[in-house]
Design a protein around this ligand. Structure first.
Ligand code: GLY
Length: 578
């Protein structure tokens, strides 16, 4: 199937494509588009657009609906980033990343010998940060939407109350994660039917979650942060050995941040600033590659893969050295996304040999001030089956790229007693032990990302919007932890440089390198023996993984406003237009 699709697509576009993922779901429309990981949530967004809501209203409705229909990642108990670009060109990112509770300590996941206690940063109450999702969605709606919480919550409440038919994918996912869900009686009773697996087509009703959503619709976000939901949450945390206090919730704030901006071959790339590492890494890699790759290069050539890998290796080394919550650490963001700094990093890329990650020598970014002529970095203040990403564009051209998460699938596995939503395990995104990789993504990170009370853990979520001729052109993002960065980079190269159609840009095989481990991961079964041998001959340690990211994207024709939605087939999402 994958190969057949690749053949048909390459034939239709007259582009040679050796292999690619299976056919993505696509849609074309004029009045609005939602591309999300799950069908009912995408339809909830379209319903809100039909009622006259704008892209932000629709995005908030999609986020609430995913909290019901995509429990592995959609959430009330986690956090994320919403990048908004309005039709008038203003852009902001709403940072609703979780924060460490006030009682959290840098060594809370270590035993007395200083060793990481297995699973402590990923399972149970200690693994969770203060959830930011509701604060973020509420802020987005109040500042940039046109509807009330009550209106945009309506589809989610209906889906939770009446239930929705479990898809093949959800049935499989619940089975695959049964061990995690079984550890918590509340999770087991809701998601495993008290011990029996859901069959595809069966209705999943979530009465506790419906009641929580209704309470929020009636009383507002305050009910979650300073109300009876807070009290019930903190009570459950105490029983479960967690650290949460009422003050942790009262003090939580979603933050409006200025997005990062860069340029690539005449396009403007607007993307996520810290505490995401994604925007910095994306701009750094695009800057390094801009003069190295040409439109006539083949994306599947080992030489192309080699150069992109070397750029990723360098950007991830910088991620490990510098990046963290900007409210707690000094980060040389403007220098890291400076084209002069990229040129200096590029100088030690050997076109004929892979670098060795542990021997990599990178320049000091502080030696590079960004050029005033470049609209780079933080200086550009004046415009914009873990994690899940969705993209929304409305008829006026307002655009939202939203990535949010409870970290790995079903987060910590805990459903808060009586409240019906799963709790994140985002604390594992901190540097849980200095010098050692974190548990879920194997990322080595610096002391700047150590646990501190009230701090946000470093993320890789990278909602991104590309602008052409002053108009929104692409809206995209992905789940996948650090693989988000590789997936985004490669799709942008395919679309912006190699001029693939968006569906092909997303369907092409992908790969990932994150500095450490010093391994080039290729999507399994999508690369030829010759490509793999050539990469090994260049010195890369090649390994395989099933997928790299899941891109849900919208392309907007800047001259006609026509919208083209593409849901990556790797996990199977939904593109819905109107
Ligand atoms: N929880 C994964 C990330 O934020 O990168």
């Amino acid at each position: 199937m994958r190969r057949l699709f690749a053949f048909l697509l390459s034939f239709s576009l007259l582009v040679p494509v050796p292999t690619a993922a299976q056919a993505p779901e696509t849609a074309r429309a004029q009045q609005g588009m939602v591309v999300a990981d799950e069908l009912f949530a995408a339809e909830a967004g379209i319903e809100i657009l039909r009622q006259g809501g704008n892209a932000v209203d629709a995005a908030v409705a999609v986020a609430f609906a995913l909290a019901v229909t995509h429990p592995a990642a959609g959430n009330l108990g986690g956090g994320g980033f919403m990048l908004i670009r309005l039709a008038d060109g203003r852009a902001v990112m709403i940072d609703y990343r979780e924060t460490a509770p006030a009682a959290a300590r840098w060594d809370m996941f270590l035993d007395q010998e200083g060793n990481l206690v297995p699973e402590r940063s990923t399972q149970g109450w200690l693994a969770a940060g203060v959830p930011g999702t509701l604060a973020g969605l509420d802020l987005a709606l109040r500042e940039y939407g046109t509807m009330t919480l009550n209106q945009v919550l309506e589809p989610a409440i209906r889906l939770a109350d009446d239930g929705f038919p479990v898809s093949d994918r959800l049935a499989r996912s619940l089975q695959e994660n049964a061990e995690t869900l079984r550890r918590d009686p509340e999770s087991e009773s809701i998601f495993l039917h008290d011990g029996l697996f859901y069959e595809p087509g069966e209705l999943l009703k979530q009465k506790h979650l419906a009641r929580t959503l209704r309470r929020i619709a009636q009383k507002g976000a305050r009910e979650f942060y300073q109300g009876s939901i807070t009290r019930e949450f903190v009570e459950a945390s105490k029983k479960g050995g967690g650290l949460f206090t009422l003050a942790d919730f009262r003090n939580y704030r979603a933050v409006v941040r200025q997005p990062l901006r860069g340029t690539f071959h005449g396009y403007q790339v607007i993307t996520a600033p810290p505490p995401s590492s994604g925007g910095v890494a994306l701009l750094e890699t695009l800057n390094m590659l801009e003069p190295l790759l040409a439109p006539e290069d083949l994306p599947s050539e080992p030489q192309t893969l080699h150069l992109v890998t070397e750029a990723l290796r360098r950007a991830f080394a910088d991620r490990a050295r510098y990046l963290a919550d900007p409210d707690f650490a000094e980060i040389p963001v403007a220098a890291l996304v400076d084209k002069g700094y990229a040129a200096a990093c590029r100088r030690n890329i050997d076109p004929a040999h892979a670098s060795v990650s542990t021997e990599l020598k990178l320049p000091n970014p502080l030696d590079f001030s960004h050029s005033p002529s470049e609209p780079a970095g933080a200086a550009a203040l004046h415009e914009s089956e873990n994690t899940t990403h969705f993209s929304v564009v409305d008829a006026e051209g307002n655009a939202v790229a939203n990535t949010y998460t409870i970290n790995n699938s079903y987060g910590s596995g805990i459903t808060v007693d009586g409240l019906g939503f799963l709790l994140n395990n985002e604390m594992d995104d901190f540097t849980t032990k200095p010098g050692e990789p974190n548990r879920l993504f194997g990322l080595v990170q610096s002391d700047a990302n150590q646990i501190e009370p009230g701090k946000r853990p470093l993320s890789s979520m990278t909602p991104t919007i590309v602008v052409r001729d002053g108009e929104t052109f692409l809206v995209l993002g992905s789940p996948g932890g650090p693989r988000i960065i590789s997936a985004l980079l490669e799709v942008l190269l395919h679309r912006l440089l190699f001029s693939d159609d968006l569906a092909l840009a997303i369907a092409r095989p992908r790969f990932h390198h994150q500095w450490l481990p010093d391994t080039l991961f290729l999507e399994e079964g999508l690369y030829t023996g010759e490509q793999i041998a050539a990469l090994r001959a260049l010195g890369h340690q090649v390994d395989f993984r099933e997928t790299v990211g899941q891109i849900n994207a919208i392309e907007r024709d800047p001259s006609t406003g026509e919208l083209y939605g593409v849901a990556d087939a790797r996990r199977g999402g939904a593109a819905r237009g109107r």
